[in-house]
Design a protein around this ligand. Structure first.
Ligand SMILES: Cc1ncc(COP(=O)(O)O)c(C=O)c1O
Length: 426
């Protein structure tokens, strides 16, 4: 009766988990209004009123500023675009290095290469999967211009230490909050602690407009530069008081009125959606804590974890099976989960072959670059261990799931642990 699904038994979970956003009435009404009006984008690439976008875009940016209690918000059409505008605004370019974690979505690092600078990968710590400040110190060189911090899986990185290091070495700090909107570190919303915070609104994120993103900052000059990079600033910068025209070279990262309309409705529900995630995640932690060998997410008192995904570290010896077998058995029971997160970024051909622009290895071989950054496999052992055999993630803790849905996850763990002796090596 209790035969494991991976061995031909019946699944614990009969219906699929929901993996998409729920679109509310406000989004639908606003979209209709935009369609009725016919103005699908308010942006024009020239100095003047249209330079900063249409009504919905401005209203969305106003909401962002209010929520984060920050001076400037710049909506864009993806977090990748936000990352590139941020790197560009900081004046980063050929010959420069930016410190970044290798355990993140590839764009956190490629945004650096997009400005012809060099990503320097620094390992994570195993408690929160974010960049390890101790290891940042050792990676700083005279070429380092910024630290790109990623608040991975919804957990804030150790910003106190990171900011301390950045201020000593005069480095910019860009917070990649794509997975952590609404997360808090020591009473401050992530994204407001460094120089620039960036966020994603892609399909898979806590709030979404399909594809979109935004950046926030309290620095007027950085904000202006980001606005210029967003909207063909090369034809506008001459009409501003800005003398430094670095990196303002002709991108179109503008958000349409349709995306902004959806984003407004979604953004208003951010706190509700996070609360829902947190409640389900805490329930899951309580229930899974009886299984030896599972290291469950810890919430430290000074942070608010918003559980973009729910990470579990697996001690294979203690649970008596490999992480990969456990994940396969869970998947067979109908539980959406994955072994590890992404490959350590430097394992990708871009870094292994050091080929980005042209065939000669630019920017790695750029004559302005005087460093010797290593992308050899093994440079970030904690990340590699998580990828190889320690981490599993699931994104079931999300609206509109309920504790009843989470009970299926717990039931699947129970069934697998009860029957682990029947799991032959796979
Ligand atoms: C940490 C992180 N940074 C950046 C991005 C890029 O976001 P977007 O798809 O909006 O460009 C993602 C998306 O998955 C992400 O998770």
């Amino acid at each position: 009766m209790n035969k494991l699904a991976i061995l031909g038994g019946k699944k614990i979970r009969k219906k699929p988990f929901i993996s998409h956003a729920i679109i509310g009435n406000e989004e639908k009404k606003r979209i209709n209004d935009v369609l009725k009006g016919g103005m699908l984008s308010g942006f024009i690439a020239k100095a003047g009123d249209g330079f900063l976008g249409g009504r919905q875009v401005r209203e969305f940016e106003y909401l962002i500023k209010k929520y984060f209690d920050i001076k400037f918000a710049i909506s864009v059409n993806s977090a990748t675009a936000a990352l590139q505008t941020a790197i560009g605004a900081c004046g980063i370019g050929p010959g420069d290095e930016v410190i970044v974690t290798p355990y993140t979505m590839s764009a956190s690092a490629t945004s650096i290469i997009m400005s012809n600078a060099i990503p320097v990968f620094v390992d994570i710590n195993e408690e929160n999967f974010c960049i390890d400040p101790e290891k940042i110190r050792k990676a700083i060189t005279p070429r380092t211009k910024a630290i790109m911090v990623v608040h991975l899986f919804g957990h804030p990185a150790n910003m106190a230490e990171i900011m301390k290091i950045a201020r000593i070495h005069n480095l910019y700090v860009i917070e990649d909050c794509a997975q952590a909107p609404g997360a808090i570190y020591k009473r401050k919303l992530v994204g407001t602690i460094g120089d620039i915070g960036i966020f994603s609104l892609n399909q898979h994120k806590t709030i979404t407009c399909g594809e979109g993103g935004f950046a926030i900052t309290s620095d007027k000059k950085l904000a202006l530069k980001m606005q210029l990079i967003r909207n063909h600033g090369e034809v506008v910068v001459g009409d501003t008081s800005l003398n430094d025209i670095t990196n303002i070279v002709g991108f179109n990262y503008r958000m349409t009125e349709l995306e902004a309309a959806v984003s407004i409705g979604q953004f208003k529900r951010l706190d509700f959606l996070n609360k829902h995630r947190i409640n389900l995640a805490r329930y899951l932690t309580r229930k899974l804590s009886k299984f030896k060998g599972l290291i469950l997410p810890k919430e430290d008192k000074q942070s608010k974890h918003v559980y973009f995904v729910y990470p579990i570290r697996i001690k294979e010896k203690e649970i008596g099976m490999s992480r990969n077998v456990l994940v396969k058995a869970l998947q067979a029971e109908g539980i959406p989960c994955g072994a590890g997160y992404v490959r350590p970024i430097y394992h990708e051909p871009l870094y292994q072959k050091r080929i980005a622009y042209g065939k000669k290895g630019c920017p790695f071989t750029c004559s302005y670059y005087k460093g010797k950054t290593s992308y050899t496999k093994g440079i970030c052992p904690v990340t590699e261990r998580m990828h190889k055999n320690e981490l599993m993630i699931t994104s079931v803790c999300r609206y509109p799931h309920t504790k009843k849905d989470i009970d299926d996850v717990i039931g699947a763990f129970q069934k697998i642990f009860d029957n682990k002796n029947k799991l032959v090596k796979q």
